[in-house]
Design a binder for this molecule. Structure first.
Ligand SMILES: Nc1ncnc2c1ncn2[C@@H]1O[C@H](COP(=O)(O)OP(=O)(O)OP(=O)(O)O)[C@@H](O)[C@H]1O
Ligand SMILES: [Mg+2]
Length: 281
């Protein structure tokens, strides 16, 4: 059984097609990244899977359950960190985390709240009102609220936007730790370094899923330019970035005695994603 199964999912806002026939499975205990330009439908897809909106067509199964029919049962098992933090500004960080923990009937709540405050490095600000927090600090509180009940699946909508590099690295270390323990992480991001850290990534544009693969496989769709010197002349070969193609080319060039320097430059993930999302039908 997959942790998440999405079959032919479509969502319209009036006449506007925000998601079109999305079909996708996510393996348990993996980190799945959702990429795509602004307005591609990432938040809409996360909301549809988390049971926060009703699709027009298709089905979603989360841990074998229907998120709309088994709303309460699923809520105990998932953590959802929305793109815009939905916190209570008038109360402290600690009180916010405690509130979400209480709603989930977390056992040993005070200890869990302390643990999560420590992890998100909010201990010093634990008793301050969230309203006065910076954007990055509010993200930390929001992540803490999504984690306090130890969910089996985490939905994270751009969790590290506006978070400083230090906490960003720590956050991704935690994601990997959680995934190793069997937690499934479904995360949207615009950041290429984060895309590289996912087990699989999906690329969405105008509500249509354009590609689903490992970051390595997506990278292999790019091009590689091989530059070498032969008899004082600079020669360039453009080949595909597939590992086999590069190895074959290097083997051929390596056999030629009059070639003494070879440089390799492959497209990076950002270039390939741009060419996929800006490409014609
Ligand atoms: N409640 C709504 N009513 C009408 N249109 C909406 C609504 N929510 C989203 N949309 C539209 O659906 C499209 C997809 O929006 P969505 O928020 O899912 O994009 P996104 O990929 O998350 O973008 P971003 O990277 O900016 O967060 C956009 O064109 C948006 O304007
Ligand atoms: Mg969004």
């Amino acid at each position: 059984m997959h942790a998440i199964e999405i079959n032919n999912l479509s969502k319209n806002y009036g006449k506007f097609k925000a998601l079109q026939h999305v079909t996708l499975n996510v393996e348990k205990g993996t980190i799945f990244g959702l990429l795509g330009p602004n307005g591609a439908g990432k938040t809409t897809l996360i909301k549809a899977i988390a049971g926060a909106l009703k699709p027009n067509e298709g089905s979603v199964t989360v841990l074998g359950l229907d998120p709309l029919k088994n709303k309460w049962e699923i809520r105990k098992k998932i953590g959802y960190m929305p793109q815009t933090a939905s916190l209570y500004g008038d109360i402290s960080a600690k009180q916010n985390i405690r509130f979400f923990g209480k709603a989930q009937k977390v056992a040993d709540l005070e200890k869990e709240v302390e643990n999560i405050l420590k992890f998100t490095e909010l201990e010093n600000r634990a008793n301050d009102r969230v309203r006065n927090f910076s954007g990055g600090m509010q993200k930390r509180v929001s992540l803490a609220c999504a984690l306090v009940h130890h969910p089996q699946i985490l939905f994270l909508d751009e969790p590290t936007a506006a978070v400083d590099p230090h906490l960003k690295i720590r956050t991704w270390e935690l994601f990997r730790e959680l995934a190793n323990k069997g937690v499934t992480i479904f995360v949207s991001t615009h950041l290429m370094d984060e895309a590289h850290k996912c087990d699989r990534i999906a690329i969405l544009r105008e509500g249509i899923l354009l590609a689903v693969d490992t970051p390595e496989q997506i990278l292999s769709r790019g091009k590689t330019v091989i530059t070498f010197q032969k008899n004082g002349e600079t020669i360039q070969h453009e080949i595909s970035s597939a590992k086999d193609a590069i190895l074959k080319e290097l083997q051929l060039l390596g056999l030629q005695k009059d070639i003494n320097q070879i440089d390799i430059k492959s497209d990076d993930l950002e270039t390939i994603l741009l060419s996929i999302t800006q490409g014609k039908e």
